[in-house]
Design a protein around this ligand. Sequence first.
Ligand SMILES: Cc1cc2nc3c(=O)[nH]c(=O)nc-3n(C[C@H](O)[C@H](O)[C@H](O)COP(=O)(O)O)c2cc1C
Length: 169
Amino acid sequence: MQTWDAITARRNVRAFADRPIPAGDLDRILEAGRRAPSSQNWQPWDFVLVTDRPQLAELSQVFSGAYHVAQSAATIAIVGPSADNPFRRAQFDLGQAALSMAIAAADLGIGSCHAGVADMALARRVLGLPADRDWVILLSLGYPADRPLTPVRNPKRRPLDEVVHRGHW
Ligand SMILES: Cc1cc2nc3c(=O)[nH]c(=O)nc-3n(C[C@H](O)[C@H](O)[C@H](O)COP(=O)(O)O)c2cc1C
């Protein structure tokens, strides 16, 4: 896909086909996250790639909104640091890494969906996280079960004129 097509085709996919993602494609998605920008280039993230079906099923229990993880071909746990500055820059940085990975996935025709984590103790156990890491966001991945990714003509978004203020509010 061209960059614009990947940006406009990306949507949150929560139902995945029973089809594995080639290892090289997973590596490319992870590499997109590694290349994301971050405050002072501190790169506060670590990525845990999960592809084992029973482990995915267990991981999906960390939050009701993470049910799609169970059926995903792979899920990347994006792990953040415990310590941060007052601007909470890590949240922004991990968000940038997540979106870079989602767009790289879309470029390969692979759907993705973000999920939060409510039961951090369970996530820690399933992922084997060290003690100095205490938050995680999940990005489930897989080929869409419904229809292939193509540019979304009318996304459910506020109109551009309402969102954009030119020069002043
Ligand atoms: C910070 C954040 C948390 C999210 N948490 C969840 C979640 O727990 N479960 C889920 O299914 N989707 C989650 N989403 C996905 C949003 O629901 C999705 O981005 C939004 O509905 C737009 O979807 P679209 O890009 O397909 O139009 C989250 C997105 C963000 C940015």
